[in-house]
Design a protein around this ligand. Structure first.
Ligand code: DX5
Ligand code: ZN
Length: 225
């Protein structure tokens, strides 16, 4: 059965102290760090690059899940692999050789994930699923580009359809995730939760992660039953 994992998204952390945010997340019991890379082209915002991933890999051993919201992930994947990413998530909407890039990521020995925007149908990844070409599918629950947005409810039915198609797959969600929306998503089949604002604005991240994990695990069991 897919494992429940909680990953703080450092886009919501203090940008002046990212290593502190990584260490706090590790101490708070997070299963990984979610690192958002934006190019100001694929999404209307800029964030961080491979240098940040490399710097964080020197201060922590926590799993680093890197989300590439960029037009040409094929051109940059190698940089992030070299920088220490453990999972590299690219978008199906990126206008490049997506299957080839996923293959290259996997061949390098790290996990490869495909991400879908809220309006993108799961039929767009039929072939990738058939070919068993991804380790994770990330369903965006906001339009990518900014933290602090509201969870889009209509993505819940997509989680359910995908879980039905792929019972053992890691299905992650990203955007507007808090204890309540994590539980809702888990009830519809998601098992990995990327959460920025809700975790970094909490006065006690470790208790927030614990509560999120318990709520999601309970709801996920209900969905599997
Ligand atoms: C959105 C990013 C998310 C974002 C989530 O484009 O991909 O990872 O950091 O932030 P919250 O949890 O605040 O919605
Ligand atoms: Zn993200």
């Amino acid at each position: 059965m897919p494992e429940i994992k909680i990953m703080p998204s450092i886009l919501a952390a203090d940008m002046g102290n990212l290593s502190g945010a990584a260490l706090d997340s590790e101490r708070a019991g997070a299963d990984g760090l979610h690192i958002d890379v934006m190019d100001g082209h694929f999404v209307p915002n800029l964030s961080m690059g491979a240098g940040v991933v490399e710097a964080l890999s020197r201060v922590t051993d926590i799993h680093m899940s890197v989300h590439l919201m960029i037009t040409r992930p094929d051109r940059y994947a190698d940089q992030f692999i070299k920088a220490g990413a453990d999972t590299l998530l690219i978008h199906i909407e990126s206008p490049c050789d997506v299957p080839g890039t996923l293959e290259r990521i996997r061949d390098s020995g790290i996990r490869a994930g495909i991400t879908l925007n809220p309006d993108t149908s799961i039929t767009s990844i039929d072939k990738l699923l058939e070919a068993n070409a991804v380790d994770e599918v990330l369903l965006m629950t906001v339009h990518p580009g900014f933290g602090g947005q509201d969870f889009i409810n209509k993505v819940l039915s997509k989680m359910e359809d995908l879980r039905r198609l792929a019972p053992d797959l890691d299905i992650s969600v990203d955007g507007g995730i808090n204890i309540e929306t994590a539980a809702q998503s888990a009830a519809h089949g998601a098992n990995i939760f990327m959460a920025g604002s809700s975790l970094f604005s909490s006065p006690d991240m470790s208790s927030e992660i614990r509560k999120m994990r318990t709520a999601a695990a309970e709801a996920f069991r209900g969905c599997a039953a």
